[in-house]
Design a protein around this ligand. Structure first.
Ligand SMILES: *Cc1c(COP(=O)(O)O)cnc(C)c1O
Ligand code: SF4
Length: 353
């Protein structure tokens, strides 16, 4: 397979309107969001698969949600498709497993004020939006109390005041949920508040929208990000090479070519990307577009996600293999989040390199 995926910057929408960088109106990503699939039977039907009545049990707290663009990158009639497995509810989610918790990474303890988490020196994480464009079944935030997170500009003010009062905070990470679920007007307001704080040097967006809803990456958005007193950094989240195709590849290329440093974090997921081949393909596709692999995360042990867990030994073996196959810059750091630790915890010890 070529390291350089085919890029298709002009995507024809159902309306027949051609969108690409600069042409995709914000209305179009919002319409695509409204058209996202929420019914597992419909998703399976679109993919030519029979319905699975047992999957419904898992829907109670965290319903299925997946945009059409992401579905188009799934293989038809393949129940084991690596993209499908990330979003399709499975009966295993209702099982409890020892060591798997509602808040495995200590988010509740790290909240300084509502919507602001600080675990590490120099950077604070703002829950900018309560929603995502996709529901990833393994997500550690699947049990996060989003109804308590800020929704209006005024609700952000306690978090903004806290950041403003602490000159040691040089980077604000906008997370969620997904910060790019906010429209450009809301983002502008939030960016302006952050721009008024002179010690905020960088603003990092942790977002999956460029992957699952690439139409969100408009020319207006990249311009907005670049037109700030702080340095923008975008960290996307893709787990499998098949995600980096079609309109997604175009969106990533647009981010990179507009001059925004763009990194990727992935989660090591059983039967989805748990091989050196799968990780190599992912890293090659990313770097072929100028997106740098940042982290490969060991799964956070959230309730209902035990069936996605791989051993740390497997992760280490994969990274060892990647070091042989790829240039150093293309190998992500394999880490896990340990509650109370001063940073993400590296899992690759020097002795195994
Ligand atoms: C993961 C995380 C960060 C970012 O860590 P980096 O190593 O800088 O990427 C910051 N704050 C919180 C609360 C986090 O969970
Ligand atoms: S987009 Fe991110 S925060 Fe949202 S469900 Fe997926 S992994 Fe979780």
């Amino acid at each position: 397979m070529s390291a350089l995926p085919e890029v298709n910057p002009a995507i024809t929408e159902p309306s027949g309107k051609v969108t690409g960088h600069g042409n995709a109106s914000s209305e179009s990503w919002q319409r695509q969001l409204a058209d996202a699939v929420r019914d597992p039977c419909r998703l399976l039907d679109v993919l030519g698969l029979p319905p699975d009545p047992k999957g419904r049990e898992a829907l109670t707290n965290f319903p299925l949600l997946v945009p059409q663009s992401f579905i188009r990158r799934m293989q038809r009639e393949n129940r084991s498709d690596p993209l499908l497995l990330q979003v399709l509810p499975r009966p295993e989610e209702t099982l409890s497993a020892a060591g798997f918790l509602a808040d495995p990474v200590g988010d509740t303890a790290a909240a300084k004020v509502p919507g602001l988490l600080q675990k590490y020196e120099g950077r604070a994480l703002l829950i900018a939006a309560g929603a995502c464009a996709v529901h990833c079944r393994y997500c550690f935030r699947r049990e996060f109390p989003y109804h308590t997170t800020p929704r209006r500009l005024q609700d952000w003010l306690p978090a903004i005041d806290t950041i403003a009062a602490d000159a040691s905070i040089h980077e604000v990470i906008l997370s969620g949920g997904d910060p790019l679920m906010l429209n450009d007007d809301r983002l502008s307001e939030l960016f302006a508040l952050l721009g008024d704080i002179s010690h905020v040097e960088r603003v990092r967006l942790h977002t999956r929208l460029p992957i699952v809803l690439p139409a969100r990456v408009t020319k207006e958005l990249t311009a907005l990000l670049l037109n700030q007193p702080w340095q923008p950094i975008v960290v996307v989240h893709a787990n499998h090479a098949h995600e980096i195709a079609d309109d997604c590849a175009g969106a990533l290329q647009n981010l990179v070519r507009s001059g925004i440093p763009t990194l990727n974090q992935a989660v090591l997921l059983k039967e989805i990307n748990d091989s050196a081949d799968a990780q190599e393909q992912l890293c090659r596709r990313l770097t072929g577009l100028g997106v740098m692999p940042y982290y490969l995360h060991q799964l956070d042990r959230v309730n209902g996600a035990a069936h996605f867990e791989c051993t740390e030994e497997l992760g280490r073996a994969i990274i060892r293999e990647l070091r042989k196959r790829l240039p150093g810059y293309a190998v992500p750091r394999f880490v896990r989040e340990v509650p109370g630790a001063p940073s993400k915890t590296p899992l690759e010890s020097d002795s195994v390199r």
